[in-house]
Write a protein that binds this ligand. Structure first.
Ligand SMILES: NC(=O)c1ccc[n+]([C@@H]2O[C@H](COP(=O)([O-])OP(=O)(O)OC[C@H]3O[C@@H](n4cnc5c(N)ncnc54)[C@H](O)[C@@H]3O)[C@@H](O)[C@H]2O)c1
Length: 330
């Protein structure tokens, strides 16, 4: 496995939930991390972590070609881990333009700036692009595998399917060492997107309010702990640095789908509030129904496996919100 100590790694969406955890891992491994996001100062998992002090944080809009070009010229990253996105499914329905700008244009601008350096043999030597299980849209069979077609239906899913195809296309057309990560729903400490079921529910439970479930609670989803998602990015990055699996996509999920209602009940138990019944709106017709993916390829080729069972993951996550919510809301 290539040593990343001293390597310059550009992480996009640095103030995001998953990127914050990923940066912690990279900084611990001795990498020099350049993080970009729309703002330098923002409430985020990273800004509350000691890894913040080890990160060179820069304000850069990935949908702005000039800003990204200057960034690449100035910082010359060895590796690019692209996680920045408008990643909220509900907001994508309200603002498709902003979603496509960030998720599609942002992705091809990054790839294009990377290509210009790649063709001068200056790196990057690995580029990992965040897609999503949502890029598959709906298929008649479950679980989805990597060779299933990408059939994204709604704006967020479509934007991720586009980014996924564009990224793999840059390998096919130009030989660039690009890999694609398709994760199931990720949860864990520090997700400040309270529209999502796990952060939103824990916040309601801590406030003593009835949590709201947008759907009818029946859709099956796979919830993966953030540490396992970080491991997914790190393994794909190492595979690319070792000269393997360029141009490929990998699924990452636990393979244990549960209904939204079931995960809600588990959260209420963990939070010690089984008395708080959810308000089930049954109002999410523009969200995908049952969805889960097979991570057999990642297990076989990357040696990846999920290590944190849901009960333990939910416990750690609840503890974090319990400790930090007063500070976040204060
Ligand atoms: N969280 C999940 O369940 C999940 C599951 C599958 C895939 N993903 C994908 O993983 C990635 C990370 O997800 P997350 O949950 O950490 O998202 P997040 O919303 O917490 O973080 C995304 C970050 O990107 C930044 N960003 C948005 N537009 C930008 C722009 N134009 N320029 C620079 N920065 C910009 C945001 O400010 C934010 O800090 C995303 O690409 C998402 O689509 C997430």
């Amino acid at each position: 496995m290539a040593d990343i100590a001293g390597k310059k790694i550009l992480v996009t969406g640095a103030h995001g939930f998953v990127a914050g955890h990923l940066i912690e891992r990279l900084a611990d491994a001795g990498a020099t991390v350049v993080g970009i996001d729309l703002w330098v100062l923002r409430q985020s998992y990273l800004s509350m972590s000691p890894a913040m002090r080890k990160t060179d944080l820069i304000a850069c809009d990935i949908a702005n070609l000039q800003e990204v070009q200057e960034l690449f010229e100035q910082h010359r990253p060895d590796v690019v881990l692209h996680l920045a996105a408008q990643a909220d499914v509900t907001r994508a329905l309200a603002n498709p333009l902003g979603t496509f700008e960030a998720n599609v244009r942002g992705t091809y601008i990054l790839l294009e700036c990377a290509r210009r350096r790649w063709e001068r043999e200056e790196g990057p030597h690995a580029m990992v692009v965040a897609s999503s299980d949502k890029a598959y849209g709906t298929h008649a069979h479950l679980p989805y595998r990597e060779d299933d077609e990408l059939l994204g239906l709604f704006p967020y899913d479509v934007s991720k399917a586009c980014a996924d195809m564009i990224a793999r296309g840059y390998h096919r057309a130009f030989g660039m060492p690009v890999g694609v990560v398709r994760c199931a729903n990720i949860y864990g400490p520090g997700d400040l997107n309270f529209n999502r079921i796990i952060p939103g529910t824990f916040r309601s439970l801590l406030r003593g309010e009835r949590p709201v479930i947008r759907s009818d609670g029946k859709p099956l989803r796979d919830y993966m702990y953030v540490g396992d998602a970080v491991d997914a990015y790190v393994r794909v990055m190492h595979a690319l640095l070792d000269g393997n699996h360029a141009g490929e996509a990998f699924n990452f999920g636990t393979g244990e789908p549960v209904s939204v209602l079931q995960v809600f009940r588990e959260m209420a138990q963990v939070a010690g509030r089984p008395d708080l019944e959810p308000e089930v709106l049954g109002e999410a017709p523009k969200e995908l129904q049952d969805q889960f993916i097979s991570a057999a390829k990642a297990r076989r080729l990357l040696g990846w496996q999920p290590l944190v069972p849901r009960h333990e993951g939910l416990r750690r996550t609840f503890r974090w919100y319990n400790d930090k919510l007063p500070e976040l809301e204060g």
